[in-house]
Write a protein that binds this ligand. Structure first.
Ligand SMILES: Nc1ncnc2c1ncn2[C@@H]1O[C@H](COP(=O)(O)OP(=O)(O)OP(=O)(O)O)[C@@H](O)[C@H]1O
Ligand SMILES: [Mg+2]
Length: 283
């Protein structure tokens, strides 16, 4: 069965796109076949995977609006071996309005995914826009699992309550939706902010694990500018190493679920000291 995992947070700039891109690359490196979905009209993931947005004939916008269209017609190859892409396009911004008149507008992505033959892929990874709109709701209804990328910032915690209220409502439409955990991104190893945030997360969400933390580093931006993943661009960097750990964590999530539950606070202290964090990239 293809696992459908969305990287979701309505807050902007929490490294959803960077994480979708590099987790896709990390899973592909482990021999998994990945189909990435760019559901953000900004089309950042599409650009970062080397697809030329201007020359696209079809995008995820057409997939959502046109019931007759299949995933095969829209899929693009990327610069990352083992990773295919359902690209986005700025037109996707109009989908919000166009879906207004569609019956069951919040289920359109889910219907397309269910109708598709995804057997060629082990994972479908969805990059989400920084919003709680009809596109985001389509993602929450279609996904089976969620990863919540979160950056060390006081506002990050404030938006979580709203996110979990939304998830609770979505469960009426998608009862099996499972939150895998928080993915701490842009973590500066000596930052008080990061340590405090991780403490608060462990206190407020004791049942939700923290995935391996991703260190703060300019290399993420550099690799996206090079239109590829950091695993391709700088395979030995600490960010590439962190995303490899995240890929392994996701691959192992199923077996871990059935065995024991690791206490989040133990994971937290381990993550902050173990992850190869770089100093000073962003001050
Ligand atoms: N580990 C990191 N260290 C430093 N900067 C990072 C890291 N990961 C991502 N960034 C930078 O942070 C910014 C936001 O990242 P990204 O675009 O992945 O976030 P996003 O959640 O997808 O944003 P949006 O909500 O706008 O879609 C980008 O400039 C990116 O290069
Ligand atoms: Mg993004």
């Amino acid at each position: 069965m293809t696992r459908i995992i969305a990287f979701f947070n309505q807050k902007g700039g929490t490294a959803k796109t960077t994480s979708t891109l590099n987790v896709a690359a990390a899973l592909a490196e482990r021999g998994r076949r990945v189909l990435a979905f760019d559901l953000d009209p900004q089309a950042s993931l599409t650009m970062a995977t080397g697809v030329d947005v201007a020359s696209l004939e079809l995008s995820v916008y057409d997939l959502l609006i046109d019931e007759g269209l299949t995933i095969d017609a829209v899929v693009q190859q990327t610069t990352i071996p083992g990773v295919d892409l359902i690209p986005s396009h700025p037109d996707l911004a109009a989908a919000e309005l166009e879906l207004l008149n569609v019956l069951e507008r919040e289920r359109q992505l889910d219907y397309r995914l269910r109708a598709a033959d995804l057997s060629a892929y082990d994972y479908a990874l969805i990059d989400s826009p920084p919003a709680l709109n009809i596109l985001s709701v389509n993602i929450l209804v279609a996904a089976r699992e969620l990863v919540i990328p979160i950056e060390p910032h006081p506002l990050s915690l404030m938006v979580l309550r709203r996110l979990f209220e939304t998830i609770a409502k979505i469960r009426r439409l998608n009862p099996d939706l499972q939150v895998l955990g928080f993915l701490p991104t842009k973590v500066h190893h000596s930052s008080r902010l990061a340590a405090d945030m991780l403490d608060t997360l462990a206190e407020e969400f004791p049942n939700l694990p923290l995935l391996p933390a991703v260190p703060l580093s300019v290399k993420s931006a550099e690799s996206a500018a090079e239109r590829t993943s950091v695993l391709q661009y700088l395979p030995r960097s600490n960010v590439a190493a962190a995303y490899r750990q995240v890929g392994a964590w996701l691959d192992d999530a199923e077996s871990r679920r059935s065995s024991r539950t690791t206490h989040p606070s133990r994971l937290r202290s381990q993550r902050l000291t173990d992850s190869p964090v770089e100093v000073g990239a962003h001050g």
